[in-house]
Ligand binder design. Structure first.
Ligand code: ZN
Ligand code: ZN
Length: 629
């Protein structure tokens, strides 16, 4: 993307001007013709100029023929350009390059390559740097290696255009080492080549390398900032992405809509609502174009940051909504447990004649699952394939297993998994295993877990679920066995982590975390809260802790789950009455769910928790999920 700015041709057209005077009765000079062709703005003008050249027998003039051919290409009339080129008796290197460039930019790669080889066979001209950079855009990796050695032969390999084009192609095809070598041996590293190298690092997840390069660049344009900001956002470093965005603003570089898409994605990942709102108003104040794409990113951000109302008002503002925008809204509604709205949106988009996609069905099936709408879910799942010809993917099967599993239809869910034409993944097995735990079906749970252990497919989740199933049945020796197996296999439990945004800053907590500067106050607050809710009848649900430790120990292990710490911090660091918004990387456990409900009751605060799967809105002692998640 960056290398396209290195077009070897000057902009062929000047600003608007009066129509070209007819030249029927005047003898056309080369100068006059050049003047006219340089000012061409439409195909009609080109055709008139072409006719004039023919009448005046100037059509074989190399410069004029080249210019006219270029004009045709730029106006998208490659067939005229090609015919003109084919009738040029002795095309110059400029004509050859222009026609190759026109074909490669039009995506006619085999034609571009064919022309290039025709030129070499013709042997009357020698390729220059622009010829190379044009033809390289049409090359495969192997072809570009061959061209690289030809460039060496013509002593053009050190030309910046050729180098950047080569770097770009190596980078795009994943040959990072060759790209890096080319870059390292460049005598002058300009913005274009540095950005191409950075893009390459980012594409292959080498974020640290990209950042090192970024830091060495003296001049940075918006493209370069965007590559780095997006790199962070797309590779799970949303905090760094936002930091860099702040630096970009401080450096007085004006962001564009591409920047905003990355920044909004970072806010969404972090659940940073205050920041997301700030970005939204920044866009409005600074006149950043509001298109469907930006609108959809805003919807996604508001949904993931827990503000469905804002998402809806953005959705209403989008004109010409495409299916992607509808999908974001449907998925958003489902995520928040507004199943009815999600399903209404689905019928609306169908009425409008839009075609649902596989993502639409993920939203719809999730909505059914969260509301326990078993029969509707079964129907949607069937209609996906029968009515819309969409082959269910693993995610759709996942939704169905979730739906059936939660409703206690474990056998049906198990049959569905066994009948799948695609290999079920661990997430799917995990959710079925989770359902076995939920409905205390030890037999099926054991069968599945043992099947997974047998096949070497178990992950930390499998071990934990299995040990939970045994723990609930009081089979402590089996629990011990699973724990030993887990230790021996070297699988580790993914640590629970919750975050909360306070004054534009994200605070992160792990279970039992003591790193926060206000840690002492946080634990005091938590103790006080637990004491208060115990008076409201709270009993810690100790059976979900996986080991057979003393009751009080178990209570402590639960007491310091990360979301409890984040909530306690939210209570001590925000004004009374402010809603508390938490983002959690795993599913909320039943104990934390109960505790959060009670905290919302005794403090009068609204608490919004985004867990791995959905949103929970806790208000006055109850949760929007209706205790079904
Ligand atoms: Zn918990
Ligand atoms: Zn809930």
């Amino acid at each position: 993307m960056s290398s396209t700015s290195a077009s070897p041709f000057p902009t062929p057209f000047l600003p608007p001007h009066p129509p070209i005077p007819t030249t029927h009765h005047h003898l056309l000079t080369v100068d006059r013709a050049t003047f006219l062709i340089d000012r061409i703005r439409s195909v009609d003008h080109t055709l008139q100029a072409h006719a004039a050249l023919l009448r005046n027998n100037l059509h074989h003039h190399p410069v004029l023929a080249f210019k006219l051919q270029r004009a045709y290409s730029s106006l998208g009339h490659l067939e005229y350009a090609r015919s003109l080129f084919d009738h040029t008796p002795e095309p110059t290197i400029f004509s050859w390059t222009a026609i190759i460039h026109a074909h490669s930019t039009a995506g006619l790669h085999s034609h571009a390559l064919l022309l290039y080889f025709q030129m070499l066979t013709d042997g009357t001209v020698q390729p220059n740097a622009f010829t190379f950079s044009s033809v390289l855009k049409s090359c495969s990796l192997t072809q570009s290696r061959a061209l690289h050695s030809q460039a060496l032969k013509f002593c053009l390999d050190s030309d910046p255009y050729v180098r950047t084009a080569l770097l770009d192609i190596y980078a795009r095809n994943g040959d990072v080492d060759s790209a890096q070598h080319l870059f390292d041996t460049m005598p002058v590293k300009n913005l274009v080549s540095s950005t191409a190298m950075m893009t390459c690092h980012v594409k292959y997840g080498r974020i640290v390398h990209a950042r090192q390069l970024f830091d060495t660049m003296g001049v940075r344009d918006v493209v370069c900032w965007n590559v780095m900001i997006d790199g962070y956002a797309q590779h799970g470093w949303p905090g760094e992405s936002l930091d860099l965005f702040r630096q970009m603003l401080a450096a007085k570089t004006r962001p564009n809509e591409v920047t905003m898409l990355s920044v909004l994605s970072a806010c969404a990942q972090l659940g940073a609502l205050e920041l997301g709102k700030w970005v939204h108003s920044y866009m409005e104040i600074n006149g950043i174009q509001f298109n469907v794409q930006v609108g959809t990113a805003l919807i996604d951000m508001y949904c993931k940051c827990g503000s469905l109302d804002d998402a809806c008002s953005v959705f209403d503002k989008i004109v010409n909504k495409d299916i992607v925008a509808w999908n974001s809204m449907i998925v958003g509604y489902a995520m928040h447990g507004h199943s009815q709205e999600a399903l209404e949106q689905f019928s609306q988009l169908c009425c409008l004649g839009l075609r649902p996609t596989d993502i639409t069905f993920i939203g719809v099936l999730n909505a059914c699952s969260h509301a326990g709408l078993v029969e509707e879910g079964r129907q949607f799942f069937r209609s996906m394939k029968d009515e819309y010809g969409i082959e269910p993917k693993i995610e759709h099967y996942g939704c169905m297993v979730d739906l059936l599993g939660r409703a206690g239809l474990l056998e049906e869910a198990y049959e569905l998994v066994k009948s799948m034409p695609i290999e079920p993944d661990l997430v799917l097995w995990g959710s079925l295993l989770g359902a076995c735990k939920l409905h205390k079906n030890m037999n099926l749970g054991e069968t599945i877990a043992e099947f997974l252990l047998d096949k070497g497919l178990a992950n930390s989740g499998t071990y934990i679920l299995l040990s939970n199933i045994y723990a609930m049945a009081g089979k402590w020796d089996a629990v011990g066995r699973v724990r030993t197996m887990m230790k021996d296999s070297g699988v580790q439990k993914e640590p629970g982590c919750s975050s909360i945004e306070v004054n534009n800053k994200i605070h992160e907590f792990f279970a039992g975390d003591l790193r926060h500067p206000r840690s002492k106050e946080i634990y005091l607050m938590l103790d006080e809260l637990i004491g208060l809710i115990k008076a409201h009848g709270y009993l810690p649900q100790t059976e979900i802790v996986l080991h057979d430790i003393e009751e009080s120990e178990k209570e402590r292990a639960l007491g310091v789950h990360s979301e409890k710490l984040a909530i306690a911090f939210g209570l001590i660091s925000t004004q009374p009455g402010t809603a508390i918004r938490i983002v959690k990387n795993l599913r909320v456990c039943p104990d934390c769910h109960t505790v959060t409900k009670l905290i919302s009751k005794i403090t009068g605060r609204k608490i919004v928790v985004r867990d791995r799967n959905r949103f929970h809105h806790f208000v006055d002692g109850s949760c929007s999920c209706g205790d079904y998640w």
